[in-house]
Design a protein around this ligand. Structure first.
Ligand code: C2E
Ligand code: MG
Ligand code: MG
Ligand code: MG
Length: 281
């Protein structure tokens, strides 16, 4: 960022909230207060089986209902939360809330999986395993109902350490998903050893998906490779009927995107679920 001198420069930085030291502290304080005041909430976006159209999972996506600012998207505060370390407390809340909601849906007979995003810091933190274990126990939720999404980039940093953490989670029975797949630099050797059941093709490859395009070739290659390694392939960011059909015909297992279902409140998703026929225990 270019640093402007003068009075207006300072104003500019203050206005962008996150760019000056002052603004940075302000946002940190606001996030700390938001936790205390319970201003965060989760929206849920369904994941659909590409062939049957059944809901096979939902992804929890955090929102901040900031007084005076309306609904703030995670892109606007997760980076600051990461830098300040507050992401640990915010992440604990999100995991707990997602598991609480999943337990409620489970009790209603639903057997889809709840996916929760983890930032790099949360994933690396020494107490992650214990936190996940304790949260599942607190809600008496079977570990198989939970999927943790980490980005390919997070999974790649200090690959051996990451592998150890993933292996422990997998042994606990928790599902693992590699988010934004295709934008990192996983080697095929690493991918082969990665104990993640699901690969989520990044939205960037889905956006310009037309038959015969380079992105179409990349998507088909990821599906073929992933299936060879026994992984479930999810496409995120499905916005058009053409994208949906191309992905389904190409053998993509699971679809997620605005075309099929936007992130929405638990209440709205419950209504959607009431219209489908869940497995009853
Ligand atoms: P992500 O995990 O890759 O989530 C996908 C993002 O794409 C979400 O944005 C979702 O609303 C959006 N999306 C879904 N379908 C479509 C579509 O068809 N078109 C377009 N244009 N976008 C679509 P959102 O909710 O703003 O979340 C952004 C990122 O913030 C997430 O990316 C994730 O990395 C992070 N995030 C969200 N919730 C949490 C959380 O609880 N904890 C942590 N650590 N990170 C979170
Ligand atoms: Mg995700
Ligand atoms: Mg993603
Ligand atoms: Mg993403």
């Amino acid at each position: 960022r270019v640093k402007h001198a003068g009075r207006n420069g300072y104003r500019f930085f203050e206005a962008t909230m996150d760019s000056s030291v002052h603004g940075h502290l302000e946002l940190q304080n606001a996030l700390r207060q938001a936790l205390a005041e319970r201003e965060f909430l989760l929206h849920y976006q369904p994941k659909f089986d590409a062939l049957s159209g059944q809901i096979v999972g939902v992804e929890a996506l955090i929102r901040w209902l900031r007084p005076g600012s309306g609904m703030v998207s995670p892109a606007q505060f997760i980076p600051a939360a990461e830098r300040s370390g507050l992401i640990l407390a915010i992440g604990d809340w999100a995991l707990d809330e997602a598991c609480r909601q999943m337990r409620a849906w489970y009790d209603q007979g639903h057997r889809f999986k709840m996916a929760v995003n983890l930032s790099a810091q949360q994933f690396r933190h020494a107490r992650l395993i214990e936190t996940v274990r304790a949260t599942l126990a607190r809600h008496e939720l079977p570990p198989a109902q939970l999927v943790l999404e980490i980005t390919e980039t997070t999974a790649m940093e200090e690959a051996e350490t990451a592998m150890g953490i993933l292996r422990t989670l997998a042994e606990m029975g928790v599902g693992l998903s590699i988010d934004d797949f295709g934008t990192g630099y996983s080697s095929l050797a690493y991918l082969k050893r990665l104990p993640a059941g699901e690969l989520k093709i990044d939205r960037a490859f889905v956006g310009e998906l037309t038959p015969g395009s380079e992105d179409a070739a990349i998507v088909q290659a990821i599906i073929a490779l992933g299936h060879t390694l026994g992984r479930t392939i999810v496409a995120e960011g499905v916005e058009t009927v053409e994208q949906r059909d191309f992905l389904a015909v190409s053998g993509c297992d699971t679809l997620q995107g605005f075309l099929l279902g936007r992130p929405t409140t638990a209440t709205a998703l419950s209504e959607l679920l009431a219209g489908s026929s869940p497995y009853k225990a």
